[in-house]
Design a protein around this ligand. Structure first.
Ligand SMILES: [Zn+2]
Length: 279
């Protein structure tokens, strides 16, 4: 099996895993060259449309009303801190209902890309300009100061095509923000030692696991410099969520942890990379 990302022939079968969706066994490959891991979508015949119908149609917790959240407030603060020039335009790829974009007040250009009809309709009702299509299909006549892609890449059949398009959309001096699930962290090492599966290995919903080595070198070769990397627990990790009092203490501790400088250490599995376009 050739590496999906760097094309190296030096890959090996790393793990065999049962899909939580169709109960089929999938092989997780590891590339010895770029150190990334991936599943092969073609290993079993599946309908991606049906899969996403199943996964993405739980819209019950989506609100039409916008209210700010500490999570997106923090993301906004980081963006404004890292961007050395005044923000004039931002594009959020996979914007859902537009929550991140709506945290930016002022008359910047705020645009989103969202493949779900339902979500993009809400984002549009909230006053955003949203392309209801996949990134690869859209023709752009401009670039942006900030382009973000939160939790998209792991799902894509052709992540390199996506990355190529993404990297063409940032102004010189601007920021590219990428959130990926990472196995290169303490949490996954501990789970592996304890022989516990990592919830992010979900074929065929999650297919791609870039190594930092791959992502950094790929973007470096395209004129980007890594200027910040944070790791957080996301919302999924909570071993005590069934015990209300511990649950609320745990959530509070994680909130401060995710905000603190400890988030620069690769402890948790949500990896946020901030790249500046330098040439
Ligand atoms: Zn590779």
């Amino acid at each position: 099996m050739k590496c999906k990302f760097c094309n190296s022939e030096q890959t090996k079968e790393f793990l065999h895993l049962t899909s939580p969706h169709n109960r089929q066994i999938y092989i997780l490959y590891e590339c010895q060259n770029c150190l990334s891991r991936f599943f092969d979508i073609n290993q079993h015949h599946i309908s991606i449309e049906e899969l996403y119908e199943e996964i993405a149609t739980d819209n019950s917790n989506l609100s039409r009303r916008f209210s700010p959240t500490p999570y997106w407030e923090q993301q906004k603060r980081i963006v404004l801190e890292l961007l050395k020039t005044p923000l004039t335009s931002i594009l959020d790829v996979g914007c859902r209902t537009g929550d991140f974009l709506l945290h930016f007040k002022g008359d910047h250009i705020k645009e989103g890309i969202e493949i779900s009809n339902y979500c993009s309709e809400i984002a549009q009702q909230r006053g955003l300009n949203v392309y209801n299509d996949s990134l690869e299909n859209i023709k752009f006549d401009k670039k942006y100061d900030v382009v973000s892609a939160f939790a998209i890449i792991e799902h894509l059949i052709d992540p390199i095509q996506f990355l190529d398009k993404l990297k063409s959309l940032v102004n010189i001096g601007g920021l590219l923000i990428v959130l990926i699930p990472t196995f290169e962290c303490l949490k996954v090492k501990v789970l592996t030692k304890l022989n516990i599966g990592w919830h992010m290995y979900r074929p065929p919903e999650h297919l791609n696991f870039f190594s930092e080595k791959f992502l950094d070198s790929y973007l470096r070769a395209n004129g980007y410099r890594l200027i910040r990397r944070n790791y957080t627990s996301g919302g999924m990790f909570n071993p005590v969520r069934k015990i209300p009092i511990l649950n609320s203490i745990f959530n509070r501790v994680m909130f401060y942890f995710n905000k603190s400088r400890l988030n620069r250490l690769p402890i948790f599995d949500h990896s946020y990379s901030y790249y500046q376009k330098i040439e």
